[in-house]
Design a protein around this ligand. Sequence first.
Ligand code: HPA
Length: 262
Amino acid sequence: MSAIGVIGGSGLYNIEGLTLKRKKAVRTPFGRPSDHYTIAELRGREIIFLPRHGSDHSIPPHMINYRANIYGFKRLGVERIISISAVGGIKKGLRPGDIVLLDQIIDMTRTRRSTFYDGRQGVVHIDFTEPYCPEMRRVILEAGRKAGVRIKNGGTYVAVEGPRLETAAEIKAFGMLGADVVGMTGMPETSLARELEICIAGISVVANYAAGISKKKLTTTEVMEVMSATTERLKRLLSGVLESIPPERHCPCKEALKDARI
Ligand code: HPA
């Protein structure tokens, strides 16, 4: 069975039963990933962690080398990635601390290197109708149910450039477009995984009400506090997910490049 990748903060490394094995620095044709990869084992399964912003949280969202991060996972034999992120809540009813299992994306990023196929490797158009792996989504929902961790099933993530937060009018517009949550890192991370036929699931934690949704000033301090208060629940969920991912894949992601090339 292939390794499972986890992108998220290092607060997740001390899951019960998880043994940390080694750290691995990976070089890629696209440059350096955000940090070394931490290779661990959970009941016989290899789990590989990468902190998206670096272990000291020094890389802002628009400066992350998304291509290197995803390519590095591929190099290490990862076929499935669980991507954990903080988001602002747009949709009515979403509150800080809520966990959302994403199912759609609207990409509003502008300046990022967003493909592995810039012509040299041929012209490739991957199908991205369903950006997240349906099989992983099912496993995550079931694991949440078993672990007693409440998950909002489905959510549209609007990816923005950052690093500034949004204006109230932007959030109002994103809401009218159908976005439920807003974040700065979901793209091109998700489509790059698809380009390498890696399954990816997006688990987002609502860290704050998005701009203009509440009258309060938005602060990074609040975002960090909510994220650390959610760590225990996330770890419980992740532990269940990692145990129940089936050894073989039964999803379209694994054949994303079939008939995608000109
Ligand atoms: N906007 C964009 N990205 C975010 C937010 C937000 O309100 N909260 C956490 N990441």
